[in-house]
Write a protein that binds this ligand. Sequence first.
Ligand code: SF4
Length: 326
Amino acid sequence: MAHVIAHGREGFPESRPVPRIVEEAVGRFTTRAPLEVVERATDPGDGFVKYLFRLHDGALAEAVRIPLKAAGKFTVCISSQAGCAMGCTFCATGHLGLIRNLEPWEIVAQWMAVRDEAPGVVTGALFQGQGEPLHNYDAVIRAAEILAHPCGGRIAAGNITISTVGLVPQILRFAREQQPYRLIVSLTSAIDERRRALLPSASAWPVRQLAEAVRTYQQSAGGRATIAWVVLGGINTGADEVSALRALFDGVPLRLNLIDVNDARPDGYRRATDAELSTFRDELRTLGVPIVRRYSGGAARHAACGMLAAIQTDNHRDTEDTEVSL
Ligand code: SF4
């Protein structure tokens, strides 16, 4: 199986013959059921490509091929669950509810299917599609191991990013296990009451407890802990949020990722205006931490962050290479 992943859909490479006994054993103990591609939709504006897959039991999963700044390089945003139990109010996937967890092979197979068609090199993986990755912890870590393995996906562990809305026990486990992958914690509000309204399930843990878990993770991983912030115009862009952030993360090396909520929403959320964003950014700068505005692409094909809802279009974290500095 590992060779199959490393070398693509052709199976074992002819250039490095594998003993027949090994090939037979792999064939006996493994299956590689390809995912059915229901739809590929390219956003002509930015080149993001959304894939809709049908799994063996009819469940749907989505992945997004994301072009990086370097020509011919891509990363792939993959789903860890069909649907999601977290119910974040600004997220289309959250409205689906949880359909089921994906198996490690179903996660890896999305990445492989997209990689096999990429017009260049896929150098990363981003667990930011459908689902809360840490809600399916074991399968996600297993999939990440396969993607990073020299006989598997061969991508650097540091190019595998796992995004969470803040499941405290799992963040502490991730830190305890010293997982080598990058973790992004989506906070979106540093004020308990507001966060409960926006991310109801993730708010089972008060923001102070979440901040302590982030502190523990940062001490274990080193570097800066990355906090993501979905910017919701008129809701979480005030000075009260900046004060709360300062109090929560005093002394913790942080990086802040700002992600615009996508427009044209039926739920009433909207992007911050330029003036609002500019004021918020000036307030955030007083924290003295790097701030990056992430580009969330593919909106025209329902491929952008928070838009993955297993819908076919008629024709979904962000990556280092797609950042736009403020
Ligand atoms: S934002 Fe992420 S965790 Fe929240 S509902 Fe959407 S997919 Fe689930």
